[in-house]
Design a protein. Sequence first.
Length: 305
Amino acid sequence: MRESIQNLIKNSIFVECTLPNEEHHICKTKYTTSEDFCLTKISDDSVAQIIYNNIVEYAIGEFDIDYDNLDEELCRAIAENLKFDEEANHTAKLRYGFYGEVLLYSLLINLFSTDVLISKGYFYSPLEKGEPKGYDAYHLIQHDDKVELWFGEAKFRNDYKKPIEEVLSSFSKTTSEGYFSDNVLAIVKEKHNISNGSDIIDKLTPITQTWKKSVLINIAEELEKNSAELVYPIMISYQQPKRCDYYDGVKKCIEHIEEQFNSGKYIINTAFPIKVFFMFFPVDDVKKIKEQVIEWISNREPLIL
C-alpha cells in the first residue's frame, strides 16, 4: 500500500475502544473469541477517499501494479478485477460489495499490520460479472514459523441489523473446515498471483488435496501441524442510528447480536479452531460515501500518489 494512503488512514480512522469496555458497560459479542474493536473516523469524506484510492491495491497485487501509471492501473482494475458496471443504474452501483471490501482491506493492513496473501480482485470474472465468492479478504500475519491466516468478512450498509443477520446466518458455513478448504483451493489455483506467503500455500496445498480425496482428514490437526491458524475478522460498518451517541450505537449492535445468539438460530463451528472478532465502524451517511466514490470513478479523479 502506498505510504500516502497509509498516512491518510492513520490520520483518519482510529480505534475508539475495545470490547468488553467497563467504562461504557459494553460487552463483547457472544461469538467473539478475543476482543472486539470499535472504530471512529475524522469524516465521511476521508472514508470515501480511502476507499477510492485503495481500489487499485485491493484489486491488483502490489507487485503487479505500475505505480508510475496509477490512473491507468485504476482503469485496468475496474475493467478486469472489480464488479463495477459503468452502464448500470445508480441503485445497482450502490449495492456493489467492493466498498466494504476495500475498507476492510485498508483496516486490516493499517490497524492490524497484516500482509495481503492474495488480492480479492483476482477472483472476479469479467465474463460472469458477479460478486466474487469466498471470504472478502485474504491476509496473513507471520510470526517466525507460525502463521495466522486472516480471512475476513465486510459489510457496509445503512442499517446495522441486516448485515449482522447476514453474517450470523452464514456462520455455520464460513467457520467450517470445508468452506475454509474450498477457499484455500481457490487460492492455490491463483498461486501465481499470491503477494506474500507462497511458502504458506506450499504447506496448505497438500492438506487441501488430501481433504478432497478423503473426508476423514482433520484439517484442524493438519493446520496445527503446520503451525497455522485461522482468524476471522468481521467488519460491520453502518450508518450511525439517529438520536444515538457513538456508544449507544455500538450497544445496539451488540444487543442485536445477543438477540440472534439467544435465538439459537446461528451457531459457530466450534469443532474447527478459529479466532473470531468484530469491528464496529459507524459513519454519518453510507449512501453519500458510496455516491462520492461512484462520482470519482466516473470522472476518473486522479489518485493520490
